[in-house]
Design a protein around this ligand. Structure first.
Ligand code: PLP
Length: 459
């Protein structure tokens, strides 16, 4: 029989493997209690399949590893910096580059340069570190993502889109001069890896140009966003990922980038700009927080690996397999009836903890609880993306996000299809005993980005 569709497969073969430790239920119970029911506090060696994040957990290619051997570790003017600058100009089209140790280093510099106390910073949903840097610089974040993004059951294909009416309301209320820039994330991590359409980006550009507002991209997963545009948006089916990526960047004034995602490396990031004046300021500031402007926070070898990874990230075959694997996992989970965010996003599966554990109130941390239970079942590590991640407002009250999610993030080029089967089956087992699951209470709360280090106890 002829199969209905062509299956995807990885455009690479495996040359080296890393052995994993298998644990018993008793060992996992002990490890989880010691970690205060926070998956961030587990030791990596106690984890079987690690879906905590796709950040810095990628497998590099043989080309990237050989690039590391060409690391030029000069303090100033490393050749790897120039290679990275060339890759950023070629693939993204930005002429000015400031390397940073990772994405948040770039967010810090951009926020400090652009934001004044009392400024309004709109964004298509918040990201934890991005919003915190905006707030530490004196800005006030406003969410301008479309409503569909906050509804885990909506099938809208571009749930990352900016709602221009929401943006216009802010401009009317505060004035364009109070808005240093609009931050547009592609894809939107906290909405479930949801993409922004090119049509929306074009409208945003038209509107902001009219009002004199800059557009700064959080282009951490831009190649994944480009894949969705290619697959779902009219007029883009025959364009390559590389062409679409370049077009997205052409509609913006600059970007912060965490190289630890798309760019297939384990560390690194940058700030990329079109404006020479802003670049000059950023070049002054990077030496205070990161390092000299020709290495920022990166070793020469890491800049080389990232330059190569950027080119690999926009290969159509790579992206087809990368997102194909995420879809495979999502489809399996759906077959088992597990409630997941629709449509499936780019970097992982987001399980709806409110639907999974409807008997828990948001103050009993349903997503944190579910992440803990998933670990207990088979040693799979996931991450809370709900009330704990959302943190507190400046008046000390909790943010109560509409979405209460557990993120099953798939690292790039790391796990096999059989691992995906194990993950889906384990989640289904937890789903089966969902009614007996009790919530958590927080017993230690750090001041900043509490989700990383908070500790919990079972109720
Ligand atoms: C959308 C988004 N922006 C920014 C960052 C921050 O990047 P980094 O972790 O490299 O500091 C991340 C990291 O998870 C992210 O997902």
């Amino acid at each position: 029989m002829v199969p209905k569709r062509n299956s995807w497969a990885e455009p690479y073969k495996i040359k080296m493997v890393e052995l994993l430790k298998m644990t018993t239920p008793e060992q996992r119970k002990k490890a989880l209690a010691e970690a205060g029911y926070n998956t961030f506090l587990l030791k990596s060696e106690d984890v079987y399949i690690d879906l905590l994040t796709d950040s810095g957990t990628n497998a590099m290619s043989d080309d990237q590893w050989s690039g590391m051997m060409h690391g030029d570790e000069a303090y100033a003017g490393s050749k790897n910096y120039y290679n990275l600058e060339k890759a950023v100009a070629e693939v993204y089209g930005y002429p000015y580059l400031i390397p940073t140790h990772q994405g948040r280093g770039a967010e810090n510099i951009l926020s400090q340069i652009m934001i004044k106390a009392g400024d309004i910073v709109p964004g298509n949903m918040y990201f934890t570190t991005t919003r915190l840097h905006q707030e530490l610089a004196g800005g006030i974040f406003h969410d301008v993502i479309i409503d569909e993004a906050h509804d885990s059951t909506s099938d809208f294909p571009f749930k990352g889109n900016v709602d221009l009416n929401k943006l216009d309301k802010l401009v009317e209320e505060f004035g364009a001069e109070k808005i240093p820039y609009l931050c547009v994330a592609v894809t939107v991590n906290l909405a479930g890896g949801q993409p922004v359409s090119m049509a929306n980006l074009k409208e945003v550009r038209k509107y902001t140009e009219k009002k004199g507002i800059k557009v700064m991209l959080d282009m951490t997963r831009i190649a994944e966003n480009a894949f969705f545009i290619q697959q779902k948006e009219e007029g883009y089916r025959l364009k390559t990922i590389a062409e679409i990526v370049k077009e997205i960047c052409s509609l913006t004034d600059g970007a912060t980038f965490s190289g630890k995602k798309d760019a297939l490396v384990n560390i690194g990031g940058f700030l990329a700009l079109r404006d020479e004046g802003i670049f000059e300021e950023a070049r002054n500031m990077v030496v205070v927080y990161e390092g000299l402007h020709t290495y920022g926070g990166m070793a020469g070898r890491d800049m080389e690996a990232m330059a190569i990874g950027i080119h690999e990230s926009v290969q159509d075959e790579h992206m087809k397999a990368r997102i194909g694997q995420v879809f495979y996992l999502g489809d399996k989970m759906r077959e088992f009836g597990v409630p997941i965010v629709k449509p499936i996003g780019g970097h992982g599966i987001f399980v709806d903890a409110k639907q999974f554990l409807p008997h828990l109130s948001q103050d009993e941390f349903p997503a944190q609880t579910l992440a803990a239970e998933i670990y207990l079942d088979a040693g799979i590590r996931t991450m809370e993306r709900g009330i704990v991640s959302a943190g507190r407002k400046s008046n000390g009250e909790n943010h109560y996000p509409k979405l209460e999610l557990v993120r099953f993030t798939v690292p790039r080029r790391v796990y096999t299809q059989a691992h995906m089967d194990v993950i889906a089956e384990s989640t289904a087992r937890v789903y089966e005993r969902r009614n007996s699951i009790k919530g958590l209470k927080m017993i230690y709360e750090p001041k900043y980005l509490r989700f990383f280090q908070a500790r919990f106890e079972q109720i």
